[in-house]
Design a protein around this ligand. Sequence first.
Ligand SMILES: *Cc1c(COP(=O)(O)O)cnc(C)c1O
Length: 393
Amino acid sequence: MGNITQQAEQAIQTIKDNGLWKNERAIQGTQNTHVKVAGREFINLCANNYLNLADHPALIKAAHQSLDNDGFGMASVRFICGTHTIHQQLEAKLAQFLGVEDAILFSSCFDANAGVFEALLGEEDVIISDSLNHASLIDGIRLCKAKRLRYSNNNMDELEEKLKEAQSGRAKLIVTDGVFSMDGIIANLPQICALAEKYGADILVDDSHAVGFVGPNGRGTPELFGVMDKITLLTGTFGKALGGASGGYVAGKKILIGLLRQRARPYLFSNALAPMICHATLTALDIVHNEPQRRAQLWDNATYFREKMGQAGFQLLGAGHAIIPIFIGDAHRAVAFAQSLNQNGVYVSAFSYPVVPMGMARIRTQMTAGFTQEQLQRVISIFTQCAKECGIL
Ligand SMILES: *Cc1c(COP(=O)(O)O)cnc(C)c1O
Protein backbone atom coordinates (compact mmCIF):
# COMPACT_ATOMS: atom_id res chain seq x y z
CA MET A 1 0.00 0.00 0.00
CA GLY A 2 1.16 3.52 -0.74
CA ASN A 3 0.13 6.77 -2.27
CA ILE A 4 1.58 9.20 -4.77
CA THR A 5 2.64 11.68 -2.10
CA GLN A 6 4.77 9.06 -0.31
CA GLN A 7 6.18 7.92 -3.62
CA ALA A 8 7.05 11.50 -4.53
CA GLU A 9 8.85 12.01 -1.22
CA GLN A 10 10.97 8.94 -1.89
CA ALA A 11 11.69 9.96 -5.48
CA ILE A 12 12.74 13.44 -4.38
CA GLN A 13 15.06 12.01 -1.72
CA THR A 14 16.69 9.74 -4.31
CA ILE A 15 17.20 12.67 -6.69
CA LYS A 16 18.81 14.70 -3.88
CA ASP A 17 20.97 11.80 -2.66
CA ASN A 18 22.37 11.42 -6.15
CA GLY A 19 23.24 15.10 -6.43
CA LEU A 20 20.77 15.50 -9.27
CA TRP A 21 18.40 18.05 -7.78
CA LYS A 22 17.85 21.05 -10.02
CA ASN A 23 17.17 24.42 -8.44
CA GLU A 24 15.46 27.22 -10.31
CA ARG A 25 16.88 30.68 -9.92
CA ALA A 26 14.67 33.60 -10.88
CA ILE A 27 16.00 36.29 -13.22
CA GLN A 28 14.88 39.87 -12.70
CA GLY A 29 14.53 41.99 -15.81
CA THR A 30 15.57 40.88 -19.27
CA GLN A 31 17.46 37.93 -20.71
CA ASN A 32 20.69 39.24 -22.22
CA THR A 33 24.48 38.78 -22.08
CA HIS A 34 24.07 39.71 -18.42
CA VAL A 35 21.26 38.75 -16.08
CA LYS A 36 20.24 40.00 -12.66
CA VAL A 37 19.48 37.42 -10.00
CA ALA A 38 18.60 38.39 -6.41
CA GLY A 39 19.81 41.91 -7.10
CA ARG A 40 23.20 40.78 -8.38
CA GLU A 41 24.49 40.95 -11.96
CA PHE A 42 25.97 37.90 -13.68
CA ILE A 43 27.58 37.23 -17.04
CA ASN A 44 25.18 34.80 -18.65
CA LEU A 45 26.62 31.74 -20.37
CA CYS A 46 23.69 29.38 -20.45
CA ALA A 47 20.90 30.90 -22.51
CA ASN A 48 19.86 29.71 -25.97
CA ASN A 49 19.96 33.38 -26.90
CA TYR A 50 22.50 32.83 -29.69
CA LEU A 51 21.75 36.00 -31.65
CA ASN A 52 20.99 38.08 -28.56
CA LEU A 53 17.47 38.82 -29.76
CA ALA A 54 15.59 37.99 -26.53
CA ASP A 55 15.30 41.65 -25.50
CA HIS A 56 15.96 43.27 -28.87
CA PRO A 57 14.08 46.59 -29.18
CA ALA A 58 12.72 45.73 -32.64
CA LEU A 59 11.14 42.49 -31.37
CA ILE A 60 9.68 44.24 -28.34
CA LYS A 61 8.26 46.97 -30.58
CA ALA A 62 6.73 44.41 -32.93
CA ALA A 63 5.13 42.61 -29.99
CA HIS A 64 3.74 45.91 -28.64
CA GLN A 65 2.30 46.82 -32.02
CA SER A 66 0.70 43.42 -32.33
CA LEU A 67 -0.81 43.73 -28.85
CA ASP A 68 -2.41 47.02 -29.90
CA ASN A 69 -3.61 45.77 -33.29
CA ASP A 70 -4.35 42.09 -32.74
CA GLY A 71 -5.07 41.85 -29.02
CA PHE A 72 -3.57 39.51 -26.48
CA GLY A 73 -4.79 36.04 -27.34
CA MET A 74 -6.79 34.01 -29.83
CA ALA A 75 -8.89 32.01 -27.34
CA SER A 76 -9.30 29.28 -29.93
CA VAL A 77 -7.50 26.51 -31.70
CA ARG A 78 -6.53 27.22 -35.27
CA PHE A 79 -9.38 25.44 -37.07
CA ILE A 80 -12.25 26.95 -35.06
CA CYS A 81 -11.57 30.70 -34.92
CA GLY A 82 -7.92 30.89 -33.90
CA THR A 83 -6.24 31.44 -37.26
CA HIS A 84 -5.09 35.02 -37.59
CA THR A 85 -3.51 36.52 -40.72
CA ILE A 86 -0.27 36.84 -38.73
CA HIS A 87 -0.11 33.03 -38.34
CA GLN A 88 -0.36 32.61 -42.08
CA GLN A 89 2.22 35.34 -42.69
CA LEU A 90 4.67 33.67 -40.33
CA GLU A 91 4.07 30.24 -41.87
CA ALA A 92 4.68 31.64 -45.35
CA LYS A 93 7.78 33.55 -44.30
CA LEU A 94 9.22 30.58 -42.46
CA ALA A 95 8.68 28.33 -45.49
CA GLN A 96 10.35 30.91 -47.72
CA PHE A 97 13.26 31.33 -45.29
CA LEU A 98 13.81 27.57 -45.10
CA GLY A 99 13.33 27.12 -48.84
CA VAL A 100 10.43 24.67 -48.49
CA GLU A 101 6.82 24.71 -49.68
CA ASP A 102 4.96 25.20 -46.44
CA ALA A 103 5.16 25.38 -42.65
CA ILE A 104 2.79 24.84 -39.74
CA LEU A 105 3.01 26.52 -36.33
CA PHE A 106 2.79 24.81 -32.96
CA SER A 107 2.87 26.21 -29.41
CA SER A 108 6.35 24.78 -29.05
CA CYS A 109 8.78 22.55 -30.88
CA PHE A 110 7.99 19.96 -28.22
CA ASP A 111 4.42 20.00 -29.52
CA ALA A 112 5.57 19.93 -33.12
CA ASN A 113 7.59 16.80 -32.42
CA ALA A 114 4.78 15.30 -30.35
CA GLY A 115 2.39 15.64 -33.29
CA VAL A 116 4.36 15.08 -36.45
CA PHE A 117 5.02 11.32 -36.33
CA GLU A 118 1.63 10.00 -35.35
CA ALA A 119 0.00 12.15 -38.04
CA LEU A 120 2.21 10.93 -40.89
CA LEU A 121 3.24 7.35 -40.08
CA GLY A 122 1.40 4.12 -39.33
CA GLU A 123 2.29 0.68 -38.06
CA GLU A 124 3.60 -0.49 -41.43
CA ASP A 125 6.26 2.25 -41.35
CA VAL A 126 9.66 2.39 -39.67
CA ILE A 127 11.32 5.24 -37.79
CA ILE A 128 15.08 5.12 -37.40
CA SER A 129 16.17 7.48 -34.67
CA ASP A 130 19.47 8.77 -33.27
CA SER A 131 20.01 7.69 -29.65
CA LEU A 132 20.78 11.25 -28.53
CA ASN A 133 17.68 12.81 -30.06
CA HIS A 134 15.80 15.39 -28.02
CA ALA A 135 13.23 14.15 -25.49
CA SER A 136 10.38 15.60 -27.56
CA LEU A 137 11.38 13.50 -30.59
CA ILE A 138 11.58 10.40 -28.41
CA ASP A 139 8.14 11.09 -26.95
CA GLY A 140 6.64 11.94 -30.35
CA ILE A 141 7.99 8.70 -31.79
CA ARG A 142 6.53 6.78 -28.84
CA LEU A 143 3.11 8.21 -29.61
CA CYS A 144 3.14 6.78 -33.10
CA LYS A 145 2.60 3.16 -34.08
CA ALA A 146 5.51 2.88 -36.50
CA LYS A 147 8.22 0.35 -35.77
CA ARG A 148 11.15 2.01 -33.99
CA LEU A 149 14.84 1.39 -34.57
CA ARG A 150 17.64 3.27 -32.88
CA TYR A 151 21.26 3.90 -33.84
CA SER A 152 23.94 5.24 -31.52
CA ASN A 153 24.74 8.90 -31.83
CA ASN A 154 25.94 9.88 -35.31
CA ASN A 155 27.09 6.27 -35.91
CA MET A 156 26.62 5.90 -39.64
CA ASP A 157 27.52 2.21 -39.79
CA GLU A 158 24.77 1.48 -37.32
CA LEU A 159 22.36 3.68 -39.21
CA GLU A 160 23.06 1.65 -42.32
CA GLU A 161 22.46 -1.61 -40.42
CA LYS A 162 19.14 -0.29 -39.21
CA LEU A 163 18.17 0.84 -42.69
CA LYS A 164 18.81 -2.68 -43.94
CA GLU A 165 16.72 -4.02 -41.08
CA ALA A 166 13.95 -1.56 -42.05
CA GLN A 167 13.74 -2.65 -45.68
CA SER A 168 10.56 -4.66 -45.20
CA GLY A 169 8.81 -1.59 -43.82
CA ARG A 170 6.58 0.62 -45.94
CA ALA A 171 7.87 4.19 -45.47
CA LYS A 172 11.18 4.69 -43.66
CA LEU A 173 11.96 7.90 -41.80
CA ILE A 174 15.37 8.79 -40.35
CA VAL A 175 14.99 11.19 -37.43
CA THR A 176 17.81 13.32 -36.06
CA ASP A 177 18.57 16.49 -34.18
CA GLY A 178 20.51 18.90 -36.40
CA VAL A 179 22.63 19.69 -33.34
CA PHE A 180 22.90 17.44 -30.28
CA SER A 181 22.57 20.05 -27.62
CA MET A 182 24.11 18.30 -24.63
CA ASP A 183 27.33 17.66 -26.54
CA GLY A 184 27.48 20.51 -29.05
CA ILE A 185 27.80 17.98 -31.90
CA ILE A 186 26.39 18.55 -35.39
CA ALA A 187 24.59 15.64 -37.08
CA ASN A 188 26.43 14.01 -39.98
CA LEU A 189 23.82 15.11 -42.50
CA PRO A 190 25.88 14.49 -45.66
CA GLN A 191 26.24 10.81 -44.74
CA ILE A 192 22.66 10.54 -43.47
CA CYS A 193 21.45 11.94 -46.81
CA ALA A 194 23.61 9.51 -48.78
CA LEU A 195 22.27 6.56 -46.81
CA ALA A 196 18.68 7.82 -47.07
CA GLU A 197 19.05 7.94 -50.82
CA LYS A 198 20.61 4.49 -51.00
CA TYR A 199 17.82 2.90 -48.94
CA GLY A 200 14.90 5.03 -50.04
CA ALA A 201 14.28 6.71 -46.68
CA ASP A 202 12.97 10.15 -45.80
CA ILE A 203 14.71 12.41 -43.26
CA LEU A 204 13.36 14.60 -40.47
CA VAL A 205 15.77 17.09 -38.87
CA ASP A 206 14.92 18.93 -35.67
CA ASP A 207 16.98 22.08 -36.09
CA SER A 208 16.04 23.85 -32.86
CA HIS A 209 19.67 24.56 -31.95
CA ALA A 210 20.57 25.78 -35.44
CA VAL A 211 17.71 27.67 -37.06
CA GLY A 212 18.60 31.35 -37.38
CA PHE A 213 22.35 31.04 -36.98
CA VAL A 214 23.89 27.88 -38.49
CA GLY A 215 24.64 27.92 -42.23
CA PRO A 216 25.58 30.86 -44.49
CA ASN A 217 22.10 32.39 -44.24
CA GLY A 218 21.13 30.98 -40.87
CA ARG A 219 18.83 28.36 -42.37
CA GLY A 220 20.31 25.65 -40.20
CA THR A 221 22.33 22.45 -40.45
CA PRO A 222 20.98 21.35 -43.88
CA GLU A 223 22.15 24.67 -45.31
CA LEU A 224 25.53 24.29 -43.60
CA PHE A 225 26.05 21.01 -45.51
CA GLY A 226 24.26 22.07 -48.71
CA VAL A 227 21.62 19.33 -48.38
CA MET A 228 18.49 21.49 -47.92
CA ASP A 229 16.67 19.75 -50.79
CA LYS A 230 17.30 16.27 -49.36
CA ILE A 231 15.48 16.82 -46.06
CA THR A 232 11.78 15.87 -46.13
CA LEU A 233 10.76 17.53 -42.87
CA LEU A 234 12.26 20.17 -40.63
CA THR A 235 11.13 20.98 -37.13
CA GLY A 236 12.38 23.83 -34.98
CA THR A 237 11.69 26.35 -32.25
CA PHE A 238 11.25 30.10 -31.87
CA GLY A 239 12.27 29.69 -28.24
CA LYS A 240 16.01 29.80 -28.88
CA ALA A 241 17.82 31.97 -31.46
CA LEU A 242 14.67 33.50 -32.97
CA GLY A 243 13.76 35.71 -30.02
CA GLY A 244 13.39 33.05 -27.37
CA ALA A 245 9.70 33.49 -26.52
CA SER A 246 7.98 30.30 -27.60
CA GLY A 247 6.52 28.48 -30.55
CA GLY A 248 7.66 25.81 -32.93
CA TYR A 249 7.06 24.56 -36.42
CA VAL A 250 7.16 21.72 -38.89
CA ALA A 251 8.25 22.68 -42.42
CA GLY A 252 8.33 20.75 -45.67
CA LYS A 253 6.18 19.74 -48.62
CA LYS A 254 2.72 21.32 -48.86
CA ILE A 255 1.00 17.95 -48.89
CA LEU A 256 2.63 16.84 -45.63
CA ILE A 257 1.94 20.13 -43.87
CA GLY A 258 -1.64 19.96 -45.15
CA LEU A 259 -2.13 16.56 -43.53
CA LEU A 260 -0.59 17.80 -40.27
CA ARG A 261 -3.24 20.54 -40.13
CA GLN A 262 -5.88 17.80 -40.24
CA ARG A 263 -4.28 15.29 -37.95
CA ALA A 264 -1.53 16.59 -35.63
CA ARG A 265 -3.10 16.42 -32.19
CA PRO A 266 -1.16 19.25 -30.47
CA TYR A 267 -2.21 21.48 -33.40
CA LEU A 268 -5.85 20.42 -33.34
CA PHE A 269 -6.33 20.39 -29.58
CA SER A 270 -4.12 23.20 -28.27
CA ASN A 271 -4.53 26.94 -28.49
CA ALA A 272 -3.17 29.03 -31.35
CA LEU A 273 0.12 30.87 -30.82
CA ALA A 274 -0.32 34.43 -29.47
CA PRO A 275 -0.22 36.98 -32.32
CA MET A 276 2.47 39.11 -30.63
CA ILE A 277 4.85 36.14 -30.66
CA CYS A 278 4.25 35.63 -34.38
CA HIS A 279 4.80 39.32 -35.06
CA ALA A 280 8.06 39.43 -33.11
CA THR A 281 9.25 36.18 -34.71
CA LEU A 282 8.67 37.69 -38.16
CA THR A 283 10.89 40.57 -37.04
CA ALA A 284 13.50 38.10 -35.80
CA LEU A 285 13.54 36.47 -39.25
CA ASP A 286 14.04 39.93 -40.80
CA ILE A 287 17.02 40.50 -38.52
CA VAL A 288 18.47 37.10 -39.44
CA HIS A 289 18.21 38.17 -43.09
CA ASN A 290 19.38 41.78 -42.71
CA GLU A 291 22.13 41.43 -40.11
CA PRO A 292 24.53 38.63 -41.09
CA GLN A 293 27.11 40.32 -38.83
CA ARG A 294 25.25 38.85 -35.83
CA ARG A 295 26.04 35.35 -37.06
CA ALA A 296 29.63 36.33 -37.82
CA GLN A 297 30.04 37.73 -34.31
CA LEU A 298 28.52 34.61 -32.76
CA TRP A 299 30.94 32.34 -34.62
CA ASP A 300 33.93 34.58 -33.82
CA ASN A 301 32.97 34.41 -30.14
CA ALA A 302 32.43 30.64 -30.20
CA THR A 303 35.76 30.01 -31.93
CA TYR A 304 37.62 32.33 -29.56
CA PHE A 305 36.07 30.85 -26.41
CA ARG A 306 36.64 27.24 -27.48
CA GLU A 307 40.24 27.92 -28.41
CA LYS A 308 41.13 29.80 -25.22
CA MET A 309 39.31 27.37 -22.92
CA GLY A 310 41.07 24.45 -24.59
CA GLN A 311 44.43 26.19 -24.12
CA ALA A 312 43.55 26.76 -20.45
CA GLY A 313 43.34 22.95 -20.08
CA PHE A 314 39.60 22.31 -19.96
CA GLN A 315 38.18 19.14 -21.46
CA LEU A 316 35.67 20.42 -23.99
CA LEU A 317 33.02 18.43 -25.80
CA GLY A 318 31.61 18.96 -29.28
CA ALA A 319 32.91 21.00 -32.19
CA GLY A 320 31.87 23.71 -34.60
CA HIS A 321 28.90 25.00 -32.62
CA ALA A 322 28.04 27.75 -30.15
CA ILE A 323 27.32 25.12 -27.51
CA ILE A 324 30.62 24.50 -25.74
CA PRO A 325 30.27 21.94 -22.92
CA ILE A 326 32.99 21.56 -20.30
CA PHE A 327 33.21 17.92 -19.25
CA ILE A 328 33.37 17.24 -15.50
CA GLY A 329 32.05 13.69 -15.02
CA ASP A 330 30.82 13.51 -11.43
CA ALA A 331 27.51 15.31 -10.81
CA HIS A 332 28.49 16.61 -7.35
CA ARG A 333 31.72 18.10 -8.71
CA ALA A 334 29.89 19.72 -11.61
CA VAL A 335 27.42 21.30 -9.19
CA ALA A 336 30.26 22.54 -6.94
CA PHE A 337 32.07 24.03 -9.94
CA ALA A 338 28.91 25.72 -11.17
CA GLN A 339 28.33 27.15 -7.69
CA SER A 340 31.86 28.50 -7.54
CA LEU A 341 31.40 30.13 -10.96
CA ASN A 342 28.08 31.60 -9.83
CA GLN A 343 29.71 33.02 -6.71
CA ASN A 344 32.21 34.72 -8.98
CA GLY A 345 29.57 36.31 -11.18
CA VAL A 346 29.33 33.76 -14.02
CA TYR A 347 25.91 32.31 -14.64
CA VAL A 348 26.13 28.68 -15.76
CA SER A 349 24.24 25.52 -15.12
CA ALA A 350 25.49 22.03 -14.30
CA PHE A 351 23.91 19.31 -16.42
CA SER A 352 23.61 15.86 -14.98
CA TYR A 353 21.48 12.72 -15.21
CA PRO A 354 18.83 12.29 -16.60
CA VAL A 355 19.61 15.12 -19.03
CA VAL A 356 22.97 13.47 -19.79
CA PRO A 357 24.11 9.90 -19.01
CA MET A 358 25.20 8.98 -15.44
CA GLY A 359 28.76 10.01 -14.70
CA MET A 360 28.88 12.38 -17.66
CA ALA A 361 28.01 15.62 -15.88
CA ARG A 362 29.13 18.83 -17.48
CA ILE A 363 28.89 22.59 -17.46
CA ARG A 364 27.29 23.57 -20.74
CA THR A 365 28.25 27.01 -21.94
CA GLN A 366 26.56 28.72 -24.83
CA MET A 367 27.85 31.65 -26.81
CA THR A 368 25.87 34.66 -27.87
CA ALA A 369 26.61 37.30 -30.48
CA GLY A 370 26.27 39.89 -27.71
CA PHE A 371 29.60 39.20 -25.98
CA THR A 372 32.71 41.30 -26.54
CA GLN A 373 36.13 39.66 -26.52
CA GLU A 374 36.99 41.51 -23.28
CA GLN A 375 33.98 39.99 -21.59
CA LEU A 376 34.99 36.53 -22.79
CA GLN A 377 38.53 37.05 -21.54
CA ARG A 378 37.13 37.83 -18.10
CA VAL A 379 34.91 34.74 -18.23
CA ILE A 380 37.86 32.53 -19.13
CA SER A 381 39.98 33.83 -16.26
CA ILE A 382 37.11 33.27 -13.80
CA PHE A 383 36.64 29.71 -15.14
CA THR A 384 40.33 29.02 -14.71
CA GLN A 385 40.46 30.40 -11.18
CA CYS A 386 37.34 28.50 -10.05
CA ALA A 387 38.51 25.26 -11.67
CA LYS A 388 41.75 25.45 -9.72
CA GLU A 389 39.82 26.03 -6.50
CA CYS A 390 37.58 23.04 -7.24
CA GLY A 391 40.46 20.78 -8.24
CA ILE A 392 39.27 20.49 -11.81
CA LEU A 393 42.37 22.04 -13.38
C1 LIG B 1 14.74 23.04 -27.31
C2 LIG B 1 14.43 21.93 -28.18
C3 LIG B 1 13.12 21.51 -28.38
C4 LIG B 1 11.97 22.11 -27.63
O1 LIG B 1 11.64 23.35 -28.15
P1 LIG B 1 10.47 24.16 -27.45
O2 LIG B 1 9.98 25.08 -28.50
O3 LIG B 1 11.08 24.86 -26.28
O4 LIG B 1 9.44 23.18 -27.03
C5 LIG B 1 12.89 20.49 -29.28
N1 LIG B 1 13.90 19.90 -29.93
C6 LIG B 1 15.17 20.26 -29.75
C7 LIG B 1 16.24 19.57 -30.52
C8 LIG B 1 15.49 21.27 -28.87
O5 LIG B 1 16.74 21.63 -28.67
